[in-house]
Write a protein that binds this ligand. Structure first.
Ligand SMILES: Nc1nc2c(c(=O)[nH]1)N[C@H]1C(S)=C(S)[C@@H](COP(=O)(O)OP(=O)(O)OC[C@H]3O[C@@H](n4cnc5c(N)ncnc54)[C@H](O)[C@@H]3O)O[C@H]1N2
Ligand code: MOO
Length: 417
């Protein structure tokens, strides 16, 4: 595997564009996981390992869409009411056991199998009973209220493709095919570290100059939501040998390692060197704000993702860089998140050549259009600004200013769960 030019890694050198980094990882990161069979109740959020082919049609038989009366359309008087004897009753789960006969109507219920021959069902509200006969109005179309066998799923059809991250409706569909289990990729094993002498465990004392570890908890929560098997490897001191050894140990039993902090260029930032001592870096600095010092590499066989220390930069780079890497590793064939065109409700200036993420919420203007309102605070350490936002406005590399009323691309956090 070819390493990139050293220029990318030199401080002050070229920063890689976000799209270039994502293209590189698509080429370099291959799915690593095996598969296992799990019960449907466990399958939510898991990645389908094989395509699912329908073993039979759903629904398996023609059936009624309403409670009412099944008839032969050709028995109906096109000009006025039709009166037919009601000769039988067909409830859901209780087939009639014979075909329908011309000149009869049968009482039928929603989901009940249509006896052969009947092609049309009247809703009971439209009918009148007179003794054991039903009076049917004119005007219904042939085939009304009849559901066809296989109209949902045809036997032999591929209903779900491998790589699908299973959603609740997918699981319902698998159950409708009579399946109790499904083959999914085994969960990705991800180890999470924080780095920094100032970073302390929540619940412990907080000496002067220290901060509680926010990043590790945010990352572990994001990884769990992605369906990863997360190992919490705590906080590493700002020491090259500690970081190098901890990464090397974790690499033996994990598919991916994620760190935050220590990625920059200060003397106390050792993560980059520690990775290079046991592996390699594919990129180090991205043209992204917040989050410039973000790295992808390998330690042993494990994929290494190094995120910056500032908590907002952590979330931006997790969602836009780490998450696609992890999904690819997991074997997910996930479409890219959808960004929505909305109106900017703010003014901003930015440098050309880097992609910026502006924390924002949406409001609806008097004309009904959605407007992105920028959060008033934008420091990379202001985690409360993320909590008070619902998404990011993504400003592309070439943009240098935003004026109110411009169309901008909005990425709701709900798109990147
Ligand atoms: N001379 C330069 N200084 C900095 C540069 C630069 O290019 N030249 N880049 C800045 C940018 S951009 C960022 S982002 C930060 C990231 O640097 P590091 O990845 O080395 O992060 P740290 O220095 O370790 O920490 C930054 C900041 O975040 C706090 N932090 C760290 N870990 C946690 C955690 N787990 N929970 C909560 N907060 C955390 C840490 O205390 C620092 O305040 O560097 C800039 N500097
Ligand atoms: O990533 Mo840094 O957080 O851009 O400030």
């Amino acid at each position: 595997m070819v390493q990139l030019s050293n220029d990318c890694f030199a401080f002050g050198g070229e920063m890689m564009a976000v799209d270039a980094a994502l293209a590189l990882l698509a080429e370099r990161v291959q799915p690593v996981t095996g598969s296992e069979r799990v019960a449907l109740v466990e399958a939510q959020g898991r990645i389908l390992a094989e395509p699912v082919v329908a073993p039979f049609s759903v629904p398996p038989h023609d059936n009624s869409a309403v409670d009412g009366y099944a008839v032969f359309f050709d028995d109906l008087n096109p000009a006025g009411e039709t009166v037919l004897p009601v000769t039988a009753r067909v409830a859901a789960g209780h087939p009639l056991g014979r075909d329908g006969q011309r000149g009869e109507a049968v009482r039928i219920f929603t989901g009940a199998p249509m006896p052969g021959g009947f092609d049309t069902v009247f809703m009971q509200e439209d009918c009148r009973l007179e003794g054991d006969r039903v009076v049917l109005p004119a005007g219904l179309k042939r085939g009304a209220n009849r559901r066809f066998a296989g109209e949902d799923i045809a036997r032999g059809a591929t209903v779900l493709q491998a790589g699908r991250r299973l959603r609740p409706e997918d699981i319902g569909l698998l159950a409708s095919l009579g399946l109790r289990e499904v083959a999914v990729r085994r969960p990705l094993r991800v180890a999470v570290f924080s780095t920094g002498d100032e970073v302390r465990e929540p619940g412990s004392a907080l000496p002067t100059g220290c901060v509680y570890d926010a990043n590790r908890f945010a990352l572990m929560a994001a990884l769990s939501r992605l369906g990863c098997a997360v190992t919490d490897l705590g906080i590493l001191a700002d020491r090259f040998d500690v970081i190098r050894q901890s990464l090397a140990e974790a690499a033996g039993s994990h598919d991916a390692l994620i760190t935050s902090g220590g990625m920059s260029t200060g003397e106390e930032d050792h993560v980059k060197a520690a990775v290079e001592a046991n592996g390699r870096l594919d990129f180090w600095r991205l043209a992204i704000k917040p989050g410039r010092p973000v790295a992808l590499g390998r330690v042993g066989e494990a994929v290494f993702v190094g995120l910056p220390g500032n908590p907002v930069a952590v979330m931006v780079t997790f969602l836009r860089v780490a998450r696609p890497i992890l999904l690819r590793l997991m074997g997910a064939a996930e479409p890219d998140p959808v960004l929505f065109a909305v109106r900017a409700g703010f003014t901003a200036k930015k440098k050309a050549g880097r992609r910026e993420y502006v924390r924002a919420t949406l409001t609806r203007g008097e004309d009904g259009l959605l407007t992105a309102v920028k959060h008033p605070r934008d420091g990379a350490g202001i985690l409360s600004s993320l909590v008070e936002s619902d998404g990011f406005v993504e400003l592309p590399e070439e943009v240098t200013k935003v004026e109110p009323g411009m169309t901008v691309a909005y990425l709701p956090f709900s798109e990147v769960r």
